[in-house]
Design a protein around this ligand. Structure first.
Ligand code: DGT
Ligand code: CA
Ligand code: CA
Length: 583
């Protein structure tokens, strides 16, 4: 079986973790992390690319050395450097790094001081009170670690939506090939576009299947015979559950054509939404389940999803809203939001180039944006404080500004319809001041600012730090407002409501970062912003020309947060957008 991109990426991440713990050169560590990111998100498998004779060094962040390592991994499943590093540094230390608040440095200190090699070791050390005695830790740290350990062990593993897509896409292609399969849909949280999914719930209809003496045997045989199936948990005539090699659970149900809409509705959920809809049915004397809407024994609806909603006198409710968070009431009142759609975005307001930690040049990014039909693209490289990303100082930013002006002239001459906006992703320093002086900020079209370090301030200090940054009249947008990385790093503590109120008062905007591991704001955050009158920028935070693909995940999240086109600043034409940046 060929190795998955995900497996390759995991190995590189693991290697990067261990190297970081060893105190290796940060740029070397970052090289493996960047490679992991490239491989993980790549639409074709490395194994296929190699088989086709493709040159892997053409991929972003993959040089000769990494290309060779990938080739060896695909060929033999081995990453010799990782084996070598694991000889020196216990493999389980990289798991410790996954515990919130324990970076490479602290993991190394724990290892050196107390010989802590695993989560279990850490737990014991916390219980015996040994941590507080280590220099630089103290009682407070020990307590924090204890709390985070509790959370860590209790956490069920959910899969990021982007990874679920990578797992689901080939499976769906495979299922389409089963004898007689007609319709196929992935329901559940996947269809509601939740940022993470627990398992995949797939529904199919098939010709011939489910008639009196024709159970869905062929479809089930085909499903359980999928190459990636590691374990068959249960197998029935209409329903089977398996675990895939990657650990993902998949439920497959074969449903009759007459029940397809009811099944879609039921298995899309959420459970709370279903229960609320079923209650509406009961009021009208109907029974609603996954087979249909019934009046007595008579099926009165259920072939399409719309027919289910029709039966309870409601308009169709988009899956992203189905969380029983007021959508039924809104639907009944004719007040469902007209959710923002991907094609309504006219540009992107968060982009990096190879001047800092992006992979592609200014020109390449502009070209890719023009090809997508963007009206504008803001260049927001990092500022100097973020040295690991080669952040720009004042002179370098001025240089970039001149380059953008020049490129804009060319773009205008060529009639490309794209305008580059001059901006920066400015670091918010610990005291809430900004990383570059006002003078140079005056030269920009707008300013994005963000917290990139000192995540451990108290809630009050962090909130004040951010508000102080927004006080600067040059600042327009707060990027990835909570700093969380899904499954990797929790949000820093701060008062989102106060920050949103502060943004509203100051005429600032909040970013919904579309990177599938950020999606920061959350859906609830989007709704809060909308209620408090703060508009959102759905931004790709593109680090390469392919990075614009992520915008759709941002749109998914915005839709879950009830946002309409008007709530999103980058649905506006350029002139109107620029007017919003006048504070
Ligand atoms: P997940 O997988 O944890 O991300 O979340 P879901 O929403 O995909 O949940 P899952 O896979 O347990 O079930 C899929 C859908 O099936 C769920 O959204 C609603 C429906 N469902 C499951 N169990 C029940 C139930 O006990 N009652 C009702 N009304 N619906 C259920
Ligand atoms: Ca599910
Ligand atoms: Ca399920």
């Amino acid at each position: 079986m060929p190795i998955h991109n995900r497996e390759i990426a995991d190995r590189f991440e693991h290697l990067a973790d261990l190297l970081e713990i060893e105190g290796a050169n940060p740029f070397r560590v970052r090289a493996y992390r960047n490679a992991a990111r490239t491989v993980r998100g790549y639409p074709r498998s490395m194994a296929d690319l190699i088989e086709d004779g493709a040159d892997l060094t053409e991929l972003p962040d993959i040089g000769d050395d990494l290309a060779k390592k990938i080739a060896v991994l695909v060929d033999s499943g081995e990453l010799p450097l990782l084996d070598e590093v694991e000889q020196r540094t216990p493999a389980a230390l990289s798991e410790l790094m996954k515990i919130e608040g324990l970076g490479a440095k602290r993991v190394k200190i724990l290892h050196d001081a107390l010989d802590i090699d695993s989560v279990e070791d850490l737990r014991k050390a916390v219980q015996s009170g040994e941590i507080r005695a280590i220099e630089g830790f103290g009682e407070k740290s020990e307590e924090k670690i204890r709390q985070r350990l509790e959370k860590y062990s209790g956490e069920e593993r959910r899969t990021k939506l982007v990874e679920a897509e990578e797992i689901a896409a080939p499976l769906v292609e495979y299922l389409k090939k089963a004898d007689g399969v007609k319709d196929i849909i992935i329901a559940g949280s996947y269809r509601r576009r939740k940022e993470t999914v627990g398992d995949l719930d797939i529904l199919v209809t098939a010709t011939g299947a489910l008639s009196a003496n024709s159970p869905a045997t062929a479809v089930m045989d085909h499903f359980t015979g999928y190459d990636e199936v590691e374990e068959i948990v249960s197998r029935g005539d209409t329903r089977s559950t398996v675990y895939l090699r990657c650990g993902m659970q998949v439920d497959l149900r074969v449903v009759a054509q007459v029940s397809y809409g009811a099944a879609q509705h039921y298995f899309t959920g959420s459970r709370d939404h279903n229960i609320a809809v079923r209650k509406l049915g009961i009021k009208k004397g109907y029974k609603i389940n996954e087979y249909g809407v019934f009046e007595g024994d008579k099926r009165i609806a259920g072939k399409t999803e719309k027919s289910v909603y029709d039966a309870v006198d409601l308009p169709f409710i988009p899956p992203e809203l189905r969380e029983n968070r007021g959508e039924l009431e809104a639907a009944r009142a004719g007040k469902l939001p007209r959710l923002v759609q991907p094609d309504q975005l006219r540009g992107n307001l968060h982009t990096h180039t190879d001047a800092t930690d992006g992979h592609d040049s200014l020109k390449a990014m502009a070209k890719a944006a023009a090809e997508r039909g963007f009206e504008y693209l803001a260049i927001t490289d990092h500022s100097r404080h973020l040295s690991v990303a080669h952040g720009l100082d004042e002179q370098q930013l001025l240089q970039q500004i001149r380059a953008i002006d020049k490129l804009n002239e060319t773009l205008e001459k060529n009639g490309d319809g794209l305008r580059l906006l001059k901006s920066i992703e400015l670091d918010i320093l610990e005291d809430g001041t900004l990383d570059l002086p006002d003078g140079v900020l005056d030269e920009l079209d707008f300013v994005l600012c963000a917290v990139h370090y000192k995540f451990d301030l108290s809630r009050q200090k962090q909130t004040e730090r951010i508000l102080r940054a927004l006080d600067n009249r040059h600042v327009n947008i707060l990027a990835h407002p909570s700093g969380r990385l899904i499954n990797q790093r929790e949000a820093y503590e701060f008062d989102l409501e106060r920050v949103l109120e502060g943004a509203a008062e100051r005429g600032c905007f909040i970013e919904l970062n579309a990177q599938p591991d950020r999606l920061d704001l959350t859906d609830a955050g989007c709704r809060m912003a909308k209620e408090l009158g703060v508009k959102i920028s759905i931004a790709a935070d593109a680090h390469s020309t392919r990075g614009f693909d992520y915008l759709r995940f941002g749109v998914d999240q915005a839709r879950r947060g009830w946002l309409e086109a008007d709530d999103v600043i980058n649905t506006r034409p350029l002139k109107k957008l620029l007017a919003l940046f006048e504070r």
